[in-house]
Ligand binder design. Structure first.
Ligand SMILES: Cc1cc2nc3c(=O)[nH]c(=O)nc-3n(C[C@H](O)[C@H](O)[C@H](O)COP(=O)(O)O)c2cc1C
Length: 171
């Protein structure tokens, strides 16, 4: 019997696994919150997913290597800022370490003072509902307290390391 037939499979290589995961096309968002001592915090994510309509729940996952881990794990509120195609620069900026990511951005304060990035496709303002261990990531579940949309912009889409846009229409 071959090792495969006997149920023996080679260990999943993380880098190779990442390439397979990258074939799943997603939107892109920036998750924002405030630091306890003041100051805005945010990072680019594509691990966003809807969880429940009633109650309204969403999730995203944060790498445990993030310097912002403790902050997001304990923040009472956070916002998911869903990016438009025209905001690819925001996506890049919030994925780069060591930058003042909010420099020159005219954010508006949302629930709990959480910064909302202007010109997004949608904002989901959330209260922290649950934090779950997920391997090398933490899974953050948020309860959506308020949400807003801006119609008529293309959505930013990420697949296989490439950004593109798709039109959104008002229904
Ligand atoms: C398209 C895209 C999607 C990303 N998705 C995630 C994600 O879901 N979770 C995560 O922890 N990092 C994700 N990242 C990486 C972070 O944005 C990046 O590591 C950032 O520097 C983390 O910020 P921090 O150093 O403040 O934690 C993504 C980056 C890009 C460009």
């Amino acid at each position: 019997m071959s090792p495969e037939a006997a149920g023996a499979v080679a260990a999943v290589d993380p880098r190779d696994f990442r390439r397979s995961l990258g074939l799943y096309a997603t939107g892109v968002a920036v998750v924002t919150t405030t630091a306890p001592g003041g100051g805005n915090v945010g990072l680019t994510i594509n691990s966003f997913a809807s969880v429940s309509l009633d109650p309204p729940l969403i999730l995203w996952s944060l790498a445990k290597t993030s310097p912002r881990l403790g902050l997001f794990a304990t923040a009472e509120h956070f916002a998911v800022n869903i990016l438009a195609k025209a905001q690819e620069d925001i996506c890049t900026r919030f994925a780069r370490p060591g930058e003042d990511r909010f420099a020159g951005l005219d954010t508006a304060p949302g629930i709990g003072g959480v910064p909302l990035i202007p010109d997004c496709l949608a904002h989901l303002e959330c209260a922290r509902e649950q934090v779950i261990e997920g391997g090398d990531h933490l899974i953050l579940i948020g309860r959506v307290l308020r949400h807003r949309r801006t119609d008529g912009q293309d959505a930013l889409v990420f697949c296989n390391g490439v950004f593109t846009g798709i039109p959104t229409e008002k229904h």
